[in-house]
Write a protein that binds this ligand. Structure first.
Ligand SMILES: [Zn+2]
Length: 417
């Protein structure tokens, strides 16, 4: 039995008991567990499920890895994306903020090339997409839409021409910062240096609007977020952030930020990283010297290989949870964060930004094949089909369509001058 079927069987068994009790009380006929499983499966696999942040590119670069084969490690490959019904994926173009200048540009091009070569190697499964319409077409053709997002403004080397070339190569969002500040924007995990965005930072935001690239504020300082929101003519996203009300870390968004983002039509894409989902785990991990020691030991064999470090760190956390030294975080926490956003601003402003292959995953959400569980759980919590489709991907498609419209308008304005 596949993981997915086992899950549906489990969920439907529970639901069956609840329904039996309900029907005894109400004396009315209720749908069977088979109906629930059929509805959940049909809904999930007919929806365009979009994940706006995956770090699998690091495996392509460091391990010369191929997406075609099912791997025991990591979270993303074609077989597991197919099993989980993942319809579109944004591969992250990323390097640490300490890599700068022409080196950062060269390494970005290497990563863009690696993603594009995977699409060429798997034409029956993957389609390189740059617009919402292309994603819909790929889905209709039975292919997985491959997109790229760039995680960190340092990779444009303070040059709008470089940014325009990334747009031309297919990059469809820029995360304004990574963990460190850059020359024009403050990060949420660095000491403030610019009071948010500089004037050049505002120019970057407007150029993103003009190029039809989404402005991504995951990783940025709160002030940078508000500055970017004010500067952008199009809705913006957080490609992989969760809710600070449920887990108080700087990488997550406050309720006020989520409300401001939503008021301008944007979407927060929930990050599955255990340290952003659970306050308890985050606090325990931060104060655990044993964790730091074991992570350092596990990473020695990886050298500079970022992909290896992620996989080894995840193994250490899981081992320490098994030993009772860290609290266990289950996948349903992801849906708790979705729920929080929906209660705050409605189901039109939340989506999925897993951070697969770049973070530590909760139990039960080890890889892309587990994604149908999210649909099951949303149904169990009373969401309608259209709300679920919005959360799974339609909200992101809506933002992309609006970003594309603003781009057309701005290009027409500059042509008419
Ligand atoms: Zn990140």
């Amino acid at each position: 039995m596949s993981k997915y079927l086992m899950l549906v069987a489990g969920a439907t068994a529970l639901l069956g008991i609840a329904m039996l009790q309900a029907s005894k009380a109400a004396q009315t006929a209720l749908p069977s567990s088979d109906d629930f499983a059929a509805r959940a499966k049909k809904l999930h696999f007919s929806s365009i499920v979009i994940d706006t942040h995956d770090d699998t590119t690091q495996r392509l670069i460091w391990d010369n890895w191929d997406l075609g084969h099912r791997d025991a490690d990591g979270s993303i490959d074609i077989p597991r994306m197919r099993e989980g019904g993942l319809g579109a994926i944004f591969f992250s173009i990323w390097m640490p903020g300490s890599v700068n200048g022409p080196t950062a540009v060269q390494k970005s091009l290497d990563q863009i090339d690696a993603v594009r070569r995977q699409v060429l190697a798997h034409p029956g499964d993957l389609a390189l997409c740059t617009t919402a319409a292309e994603i819909r077409r790929a889905h209709a053709d039975g292919k997985i839409a491959v997109l790229m997002g760039m995680e960190g403004g340092h990779m444009i080397d303070d040059d709008l021409a470089v940014l325009r070339m990334y747009a031309l190569l297919g990059v469809r969002y820029l995360t304004l910062t990574h963990f460190l500040n850059n020359n024009w924007a403050d990060s949420s995990t660095d000491k403030p240096a610019h009071n948010g965005l500089t004037d050049f930072g505002r120019q970057v935001v407007r150029e993103l609007n003009r190029q039809g690239m989404m402005v991504d504020i995951s990783h940025t300082a709160d002030k940078t977020f508000y500055d970017a929101l004010a500067a952008s003519r199009a809705p913006i996203i957080a490609s992989h952030s969760s809710c600070r009300a449920l887990c108080d870390v700087p990488r997550n968004m406050t309720d006020d930020m989520i409300k401001a983002l939503a008021a301008k039509g944007g979407v927060i894409q929930i990050n599955y990283h255990v340290g952003f989902l659970s306050q308890e785990l985050s606090a325990a991990a931060a104060s655990s010297d044993e964790l730091k020691k074991r992570m350092a030991e596990a990473n020695i064999s990886c050298g500079e290989d970022e992909a290896c470090q992620t996989i080894e760190t995840d193994k250490v956390i899981r081992a320490m949870v098994a030993e009772g030294k860290l609290p266990r975080v289950d996948w349903t926490r992801i849906v708790d964060h979705i729920d929080h956003v929906v209660k705050l601003v409605g189901a039109e402003h939340v989506g999925l930004g897993s951070d697969f292959d770049g973070a530590d995953m909760p139990f039960g959400m080890e890889d892309a094949s587990d994604l149908p569980k999210i649909t099951d759980e949303l149904i169990r919590r009373g969401y309608t089909d259209s709300q679920i489709k919005n959360i799974l991907g339609e909200n992101t498609l809506r933002v992309m369509e609006q970003v594309e419209k603003v781009s057309r308008e701005m290009q027409a304005e500059s042509n008419s001058r």
